[in-house]
Design a protein around this ligand. Sequence first.
Ligand code: SF4
Ligand code: SF4
Length: 190
Amino acid sequence: MAITIKKSSKEVEGLIRRVEEISGVDLNLCYQCKKCTSGCPVAKMTESPPSEIMRRLLLGAGDELLGSDIIWACVSCETCSARCPMGIEVAAVMDALRILALEKKAEKQEGNVPLFNRAFLSTVRLFGRTYDIAMIAAYKLGTLKLMNDTEKFPTMLKKRKIALLPPTGADRKTARRIFKKTKQNKAGKE
Ligand code: SF4
Ligand code: SF4
């Protein structure tokens, strides 16, 4: 993929600075060994693997980087962070880019990944940890494709891959407090 290098643009400086601010990562430490990419389970399915994202940020990429498909393909497995010889939290960079993509309403945030993220977080906020049935219901209502993939449901139930009852023993009050605090912190920054 062609890499565009921009010089001394405020927008460019802003993207690098914001990514470093949010992720706590020093992008200058990356020396392009590509170990993050070689371990990434989704790298081959995307146009820009993690090492390229790091490089493009360093070269001065602007908001166009927020349209990269890996931002939403990334499954937060943290393999990239674990493999990086410089101890760079590459997964945190992906998190930062997701936050910025949502903030700036970047193009490729579409698809159902943001919807899935919202469904996942809603169940954690309500039940203190993930609750599969509630998450699936919220996701399916959002997509309006209620019958998609339902053929797998009985097998997953039989193999106990999906719990019918809400999780027990979760500290719901603490989870709600964390969500509330995060919301307040975010409002304070705006
Ligand atoms: S593993 Fe670390 S140093 Fe190597 S390319 Fe990835 S981020 Fe850069
Ligand atoms: S956290 Fe994301 S970018 Fe890193 S290895 Fe996993 S899927 Fe790839």
